[in-house]
Design a protein around this ligand. Structure first.
Ligand code: C6P
Length: 414
């Protein structure tokens, strides 16, 4: 379905998400933890139910009708995922459990390609999922890790030294599209072009952008891109790794088992074609069906409109929160993703989140799986509110009131 030309009716869309219609601790639920996982529209829940009620069977293995339907549905989801990010070929879509597994896959299969003297370039704002797999790869191969610095509380990448870093024998450059802790939107196309110029392969962590912005891997010019279904209206347990076909073809398999082989002998095996070479065992078929429904839903609403709505709520939240004494807001003041992240002097983020929960507001407090970043910024933890298409300005008003009350309650304000 084509996205509507007019602005979506955000209030009406709320009704698509049954879970939002409830009270928590006696207050209407305000769900502001969308960067952790989004809620699911009825269209996705019904697609999952329909699949299990009518079509459930294993894929690619049997000739019977249900297996054929399950295989068709699973492969249709792959083709839909390719269209969703404008990948040239469905074969360039590998289904995984999520962003974390997608990145681990790439890091694992590059083991035979790296050696001492090579470097892996990351940034200081990476989620642990885009840091630890590379640490493991570095340990296995002797390659070193290098980092693009973050400027400070404004949370931008300091790109002045990027070319010098890329000249240090960098084989892989992995970075996030949108920071889950700062809300920074990184210039992916520029970073990929500069990496390509120096012969480095790029891996884009799109966990926080896939459900918020249109993605076009050809325009971005990346080699790999990873995202999770559950952060974009889809089910948990399904994710995507996009990889350029020639690269996928040339790489070793990730896990061994059924589906990923062409022929097996007692001593050795040969591999199936991509993407099946990277999908050992029974995949999350229902998850792929649910993800298909989620992608349809997002494109019916319109990802450009969703991104604008989220950013506007984040901007408004920043404006409302900025005046609270003792508050330290992290992340860019200019264009940003749909979240606000802040620390209140003398109050731990977990206390703020617990206080807000009593008011029915779901926030997240902690290091958000970016411990090195927060350590660099000298903040033990932040409170984060992350917005999505069903959130409203009224909910931001409630957030601001409750954070002000929390600041008073815990004593930073008279
Ligand atoms: N962030 C949050 O910020 P998985 O768990 O595989 O679906 O996604 C991991 C991941 C990778 N990269 C980025 C930028 C992320 O934000 C995340 C998940 C969640 O609340 C959980 S810490």
């Amino acid at each position: 379905m084509k996205p509507p030309a007019h602005a979506p009716d955000w209030a009406a869309l709320r009704a698509d998400f049954p879970i939002l219609d409830q009270t928590v601790h006696g207050r209407p639920l305000v769900y502001l933890d969308n960067a952790a996982t989004t809620q699911k529209p009825r269209a996705v829940i019904e697609a999952l139910t329909r699949y299990y009620e009518r079509d459930n069977a294993n894929v690619h293995r049997a000739i019977h009708e249900l297996s054929s339907r399950a295989t068709t549905a699973y492969e249709a989801a792959r083709a839909r995922a390719a269209r969703f990010i404008n990948a040239p070929l469905p074969e360039e879509i590998v289904f995984t459990r999520g962003t974390t597994e997608s990145i681990n896959l790439v890091a694992y299969v590059f083991t035979s390609r790296l050696k001492r003297g090579d470097a892996i370039l990351l940034t200081e704002m990476e989620h642990h999922s885009n840091l630890v797999p590379w640490q493991l790869l570095a340990q296995r191969t002797g390659a070193q890790l290098l980092f693009v610095p973050v400027t400070g509380d404004e949370g931008l990448l300091d790109l002045a030294g990027l070319d010098a870093l890329l000249r240090s024998n960098v084989k892989l450059f992995a970075f996030t599209h949108i920071s889950n802790t700062l809300g920074t939107i990184n210039p992916v196309a520029e970073l990929c072009a500069r990496a390509r110029h120096h012969g480095a392969i790029t891996v884009v962590d799109a966990a926080q952008s896939a459900g918020h912005l249109p993605l076009d891997v050809q325009a971005l010019g990346c080699d790999f891109l990873a995202f999770s279904g559950h952060k974009m209206a889809g089910p948990t347990g399904i994710g995507v790794l996009y990889g350029r076909q020639a690269l996928l073809e040339s790489l070793d398999p990730f896990q061994g088992g059924g589906e990923m082989i062409a022929s097996v002998q007692f001593e050795q095996s040969t591999w199936n074609k991509v993407p099946h070479k990277f999908e050992a065992g029974t995949p999350d078929i229902a998850g792929a069906v649910g993800l298909h429904a989620a992608m349809d839903y997002l494109d019916t609403v319109g990802r450009t409109a969703i991104g604008g709505h989220d950013e506007e709520l984040a901007r408004y939240a920043g404006e409302r929160l900025r005046g609270i004494p003792g508050i330290r807001l992290l992340g860019p003041r200019g264009p940003r993703g749909g979240l606000v992240s802040f620390a209140l002097a003398g109050i731990h983020a977990h206390d703020v989140v617990t206080f807000a929960d009593q008011e029915g507001i779901a926030l997240r407090g902690g290091h958000h799986c970016t411990q090195p970043l927060l350590r660099k910024l000298g903040v033990p933890a932040t409170t984060r509110a992350s917005f999505w298409l069903y959130n409203t300005r009224e909910e931001v008003d409630r957030l601001a009131e409750v954070i002000l009350r929390a600041a008073k309650f815990f004593g930073t304000q008279d």
